[in-house]
Write a protein that binds this ligand. Structure first.
Ligand SMILES: [Cu+2]
Length: 176
């Protein structure tokens, strides 16, 4: 009985701490549910998250990466392989044209939907908009420490300027 009480106090204390940190860094954003984090990506179907994919122009991820400004700020559809994804909430994933290629960070728009935490290795289609943004040092540090992100282009002041893709909807599959 004592053990159970001690455990629940510890769990409560931890909850409290994560709430405080969240409020500081991310304001009152949507949090992923347990299902959001752990749902299985099927091999014989698709797991859809966010808005249904529409009929925007399909573009090759490799072509966009070769010429980012040509595609920036227009709604497009891309597809690729998930190289890495946010280990905390699934609020971003790195999408590459093929397994060992350079990737682009795909962020789930408005932090309103999420991909499963073990999404790496799955294939994804995404619809959204490419933008070029500078991330603050705080954001970069947070993403490396908390989310398991990697950056190879950190500026001297700790910020990162990167092209990213803001997705309104994604479709994931384990089909190879
Ligand atoms: Cu995240």
């Amino acid at each position: 009985m004592i053990l159970i009480i001690a455990f629940s106090v510890a769990a409560f204390a931890q909850d409290d701490k994560s709430k405080t940190e969240t409020n500081k860094t991310e304001k009152m954003e949507t949090k992923p549910t347990e299902k959001d984090k752990t749902e299985t990506i099927p091999a014989d179907g698709v797991l859809k998250r966010g808005a249904m994919l529409g009929k925007s122009k399909k573009v090759s991820l490799a072509k966009v990466m070769a010429n980012p400004s040509k595609y920036a700020n227009k709604m497009v559809r891309v597809e690729g392989v998930i190289v890495r994804s946010c280990k905390m909430e699934g609020c971003w994933m790195e999408l590459a044209p093929s397994k060992d290629a350079k990737s682009v960070r795909v962020k789930m728009k408005d932090h309103a939907f999420f991909v499963p935490l073990d999404s790496a290795g799955a294939s994804a289609k995404a619809e959204g908009v490419f933008t070029i943004k500078t991330l603050s040092k705080e954001m970069v540090d947070h993403m490396i420490k908390e989310d398991g992100a990697k950056f190879n282009n950190i500026n001297a002041d700790g910020t990162v300027t990167e092209m990213s893709f803001e997705a309104t909807g994604v479709e994931l599959t384990r089909k190879s």
